[in-house]
Design a protein around this ligand. Structure first.
Ligand code: NI
Length: 202
């Protein structure tokens, strides 16, 4: 069959395919951490209002973290390896910032509020950096903030164990002074890269 209409439809479909693929590649490219500016739709989709309790037992909301760039990392204090590594990297980035570390909100949010009490969070964050802020809350509050930041977490109990682990995504979320999402950095980011990104937002 050689209908001009069919040929035109095929050409239109091919163009559409190329556009959709280009859009997807653009997004993946950004997610790989190679671009600084997120696609607008993604920027609007990450972050937002939350209510939590800090490691000193104070009730806080997202509004308490305005006026300085904020870097957020999700995890839990019983995490065997991933979280401690991420938080060590964050602490090293804060050290690189020197006096400017006081102009940043570094935040660690637990995804395991059952075990991560205020007292547990207080001890844990202090072990990494004096400026690190720990946030815990009710299970609902944690679920809400994780949803806002598009963070995945799930309790898993290894076979033969009575203790559970929490599977979770681990990335650094960087928010601007206005609380709007600025960029994300992967768990493999270096302290230098994190410090440099925060500096651009000071
Ligand atoms: Ni972890």
């Amino acid at each position: 069959m050689d209908s001009p209409l069919l040929r035109r439809l095929l050409v239109a479909a091919a163009i559409l395919c190329v556009l959709v693929t280009a859009g997807l590649i653009g997004r993946l490219w950004w997610l790989a951490g190679t671009q600084d500016t997120p696609p607008a739709a993604l920027a609007a989709a990450i972050g937002g209002p939350f209510r939590m309790t800090d490691h000193n037992g104070r009730a806080v909301t997202d509004a308490d973290f305005r006026g300085r760039p904020m870097i957020v990392y999700f995890g839990y204090t019983y995490c065997p390896d991933v979280c401690p590594t991420g938080l060590q990297t964050l602490a090293a980035a804060l050290d690189l910032l020197g006096g400017d570390a006081a102009r940043v909100w570094p935040v660690f949010v637990t995804v395991d509020p059952e075990r991560d009490t205020v007292a547990q969070m207080k001890d844990y964050v202090a072990a990494f950096h004096p400026r690190l802020i720990g946030l815990t809350g009710t299970i609902e509050q944690v679920r809400d903030i994780a949803r806002a930041y598009r963070v995945y977490f799930r309790k898993v109990t290894p076979e033969g164990s009575t203790d559970y682990l929490v599977d979770h995504s681990s990335a650094f979320y960087v928010m601007g002074k206005d609380g709007a999402f600025a960029s994300h950095l992967t768990h493999q980011a270096t302290p230098e890269a994190i410090a440099a990104r925060l500096r651009t937002l000071l």
